[in-house]
Design a protein. Structure first.
Length: 334
């Protein structure tokens, strides 16, 4: 991965996926930007702007006005087809491209033996009728080997709203995790109430425990059962859309990449995902014979879920609504 490729990706994302405007901002040609993006996708083995069919259909209402503002109104026949397309049709159209992206990562979780008697195992279901209860996990950008030094991503997901923040860190040391957690908490549009992680040493340590415990209103710090990845299912599923889909599976061992990666996460990728990329949320799960039947709520963005929360403070509702409107105007203005 090269810095020029990251710059091209950042500009394209900032300008509403408009490659022409990104090329002007970078003082280069449109084919040059497209070539850098394609080279990055081929190197990482992922297509960075691919979306799940159900999410993509929900995104059409959010993104179509910006597209038409930039490129003119679509023909009536095309608009009708777009509005009538089903998630299954979208998945069928994307299937050939998705089949090319089958890379798999490695697990970098190493058990942390410190403070296990202070950090209890989560045995009950958290109150998911309000935001503030987070799950956290790390992603290793190590390529095919966990040996040596490289960049990690740490991802935080709110169970209620699916609001997700990601940050990069070098070698996932305890001090680095605390620093990124502090940055994440400052970026949240709600108060942090609880924190649930796996049993890795990057989370189960004195630094993070003190960060949550030594405050006026302590944050409830819990850990999952050992070897039960489904205990943190909400954040586990975000490892793809918020880390792998952006940075891929290749090894990132250049320390100078950390600063632009964090800028990309904080200024572009997280706002894009939280304000403009709808996600699915499980409504109910039942068993009929040998089959498990899952039903989902309609796809919504994390911001929309927060604004729809009945107990959302009025001031916070106005603030988030204003920020969403501000961000939604950026692709048009640019």
């Amino acid at each position: 991965m090269k810095l020029q490729q990251l710059r091209c990706l950042t500009e394209v994302a900032r300008r509403g996926l408009n490659v022409s405007e990104a090329a002007v901002a970078l003082h280069t040609s449109q084919p040059g930007v497209s070539k850098q993006i394609r080279a990055l996708e081929d190197e990482l083995g992922v297509e960075v702007f691919v979306r799940h069919g159900k999410r993509l259909v929900a995104m059409l209402e959010l993104w179509l006005p910006h597209y038409e503002a930039e490129h003119g109104r679509l023909p009536a026949r095309v608009r009708k087809q777009l509005r009538a397309i089903s998630p299954a049709q979208v998945d069928r159209l994307l299937a050939p491209r998705k089949a090319q992206c089958k890379h798999r990562g490695r697990s970098g979780t190493k058990p942390g033996s410190l403070l296990k008697h202070h950090i209890p195992i989560r045995t009950d279901n958290w109150d998911i009728t309000k935001p503030g209860w987070l799950e956290a996990d790390t992603v290793a950008h190590c390529g095919s080997s966990l040996a040596g030094e490289f960049i990690w991503s740490v991802t935080y997901t709110d169970i209620f709203s699916q609001w997700t923040e990601s940050r990069g860190l070098w070698n996932r040391g305890a001090a680095g995790v605390v620093e990124r957690t502090r940055e994440m908490e400052a970026a949240l549009p709600f108060v942090l109430l609880g924190f649930d992680s796996d049993n890795g040493g990057e989370f189960i340590n004195h630094h993070l425990w003190r960060y949550f415990a030594e405050r006026k209103e302590p944050v409830r710090f819990l850990r999952s059962r050992p070897y039960h990845k489904n205990d943190n299912a909400h954040v586990e599923q975000k490892n793809w859309s918020h880390a792998r889909q952006l940075l891929g599976y290749e090894r990132l061992e250049i320390a100078e990449l950390l600063e632009p990666i964090n800028a990309l996460y904080a200024q572009v990728w997280s706002p894009l995902q939280n304000y403009f990329c709808p996600s699915l949320q499980l409504k109910e799960k039942s068993k009929q014979g040998s089959r498990h039947i899952k039903r989902y709520h309609p796809a919504q963005t994390a911001c929309a879920r927060l604004l729809a929360w009945p107990q959302c403070p009025r001031a916070r509702r106005r603030e988030q609504g204003a920020k969403e409107r501000h961000l939604s105007r950026l692709p048009r203005r640019r």
